[in-house]
Ligand binder design. Structure first.
Ligand SMILES: C[S@@+](CC[C@H](N)C(=O)[O-])C[C@H]1O[C@@H](n2cnc3c(N)ncnc32)[C@H](O)[C@@H]1O
Length: 447
């Protein structure tokens, strides 16, 4: 193959020829391949790729550089098979690439996400800065993309006083990997078991949940309380450690869930893994984050869920409430003193400022009962309608609010009235009973 010639300058160093040689061997392009490139710049890699792959889609965000790519392609006789796009990846990336090269680090996490989502077989990223190399390696790893990290440095000899000395180029970090299709569609799917532990008492775990916990090699817990319930069924040695930051920062949360999924997925592949949550895994739970992260980055890991007794239903028994057939019940959050209103009946989770929530609910015409640490072995269980009793903050507090003027008694509610009528002693009946107790004849007999 003729050497690539780059007469047109993009005011940015091209990927050097020796680096391109290693890159081409890692990309292993074939005429059946669709190759995608992020950052075509001078077009050095684009030309190499166009000589090997069936199709090339090259993205460049700077129009003047895209023009340089176009001119250099023409200089090298590449006239077809290359789709040049002025775009900033992941915008403009094709959905069917077989191989992808990231020549720059801009938006690289989103580009890698796209590679995972579209199942790109071979992904290579070149990095020159040490810090970016570390972060990008981590990003490859979190997405299960990393096969190898290659670092090399090329030096060119030159003659100095009759001997050969060397000029060295910057070192290159080449991250090499891709989506493992055998794992995603080879039929070898693996399962992560999500298990609802119930509201807190260890014996409110379902029989099925208990069986899954018994069989799991590693049981992951998202917090202290779920860990306590889990350890009533599973020895500490089988509990897996995950680190979740206490933050509302969405980027940090996404990173934490990626790390958690990257920790759990290989364990699920090699053995039996379970992830537990308090209550039910699909009600206001961390489990949804994990499921979505696995779907996106480890699609070979499917999820099977064992439902748990949720506080949404357990509260009824603990608070002595009946949600009668035909009535409606809404679930809301009541965090930081919030008092959502509207529905006839509501369960409020996360009632962290009971007095403030109470004030709002009562003003809106609700009767309210509170439950704290229901069915929990840790801490004191409290059921009360007095907000001052629960003035201190405790996350495991819920409220049941019911409109004060509801009039929807079920048919059998009448029995209570009848029983009340029947059992209410009239003055005559009381006198008769007293008389009989003293040996008098009953008035009926006297008549
Ligand atoms: C993030 S939600 C988790 C719900 C759980 N997945 C379920 O299905 O029960 C946590 C909130 O549920 C309520 N909660 C859960 N378990 C509770 C319990 N045992 N006692 C009182 N409230 C509870 C609290 O309001 C708490 O702030």
């Amino acid at each position: 193959m003729a050497p690539v010639s780059l007469p047109h300058d993009a005011k940015a160093g091209p990927t050097k020829s020796e680096v391109r040689a290693v890159l081409c061997s890692k990309l292993d392009l074939a005429p059946t391949d669709h190759f995608a490139e992020v950052g075509s710049c001078t077009g050095a890699v684009t030309i190499e790729a166009a000589r090997r792959a069936g199709r090339v889609t090259a993205l460049e965000r700077k129009p003047e550089r895209l023009e340089t790519t176009r001119k250099n392609l023409a200089e090298n006789g590449v006239t077809e098979g290359v789709d040049l796009r002025e775009a900033e990846a992941p915008e403009g990336l094709p959905e069917d690439a077989d191989a992808l090269f990231l020549g720059g680090s801009r938006n690289y996490e989103a580009v890698l996400d796209h590679a995972v989502a579209t199942g790109v077989d071979r992904v290579v990223m070149n990095v020159s800065r040490l810090e970016v190399a570390g972060a990008a390696t981590e990003a490859f790893r979190e997405r299960d993309l990393l096969d190898e990290v290659v670092q090399f440095q090329v030096s060119h000899g030159y003659e100095l006083a009759g001997a050969t000395s060397f000029d060295s180029q910057n070192p290159v970090y080449m991250l090499v990997g891709g989506v493992d299709e055998t794992a995603t569609d080879g039929g070898g799917t693996v399962t992560l078991h999500g298990v609802g532990l119930g509201p807190g008492d260890a014996d409110l775990v379902t029989v099925r949940g208990k069986r899954v916990l018994d069989e799991a090699d590693v049981v992951y817990t998202p917090g202290r309380l779920s860990r306590t319930v889990a350890t009533a069924h599973v020895p500490e040695a089988r509990i897996g450690d995950l680190d979740f930051p206490m933050t509302r920062d969405e980027d940090e949360l996404r990173r934490a869930w990626r790390e958690a999924a990257a920790e759990i997925a290989p364990v699920a592949r090699e053995s039996t893994a379970a992830f537990v949550t308090l209550g039910d895994p699909n009600v206001y739970s961390t489990f949804g984050h994990l499921r979505r992260t696995l779907d996106a980055f480890h699609p070979d890991v499917s999820v099977e869920t064992v439902p748990g007794v949720s506080a949404v239903t357990a509260f009824t028994t603990a608070l002595g409430v009946e949600i009668t057939a035909g009535s409606s019940l809404a679930l809301h959050e009541g965090a930081r003193g919030a008092s959502p209103t509207g529905p006839d009946r509501m369960v409020l989770f996360k009632v962290t400022d009971v007095p403030a929530t109470h004030e709002g609910l009562v003003a809106a015409g609700y009767d309210v009962v509170y439950g704290r640490r229901l069915y929990m072995e840790q801490g004191e269980t409290v059921v009360t309608d007095d907000p001052e009793v629960l003035a201190d903050r405790d996350y495991y507090t819920l409220a049941y609010a019911e409109k004060a003027d509801l009039d929807d008694d079920p048919a059998t509610a009448q029995f209570a009235d009848a029983a009340d009528d029947a059992s209410e002693p009239t003055v005559a009946a009381m006198e008769r009973a007293e008389g009989e107790a003293c040996g008098d004849e009953s008035p009926e007999v006297a008549r």
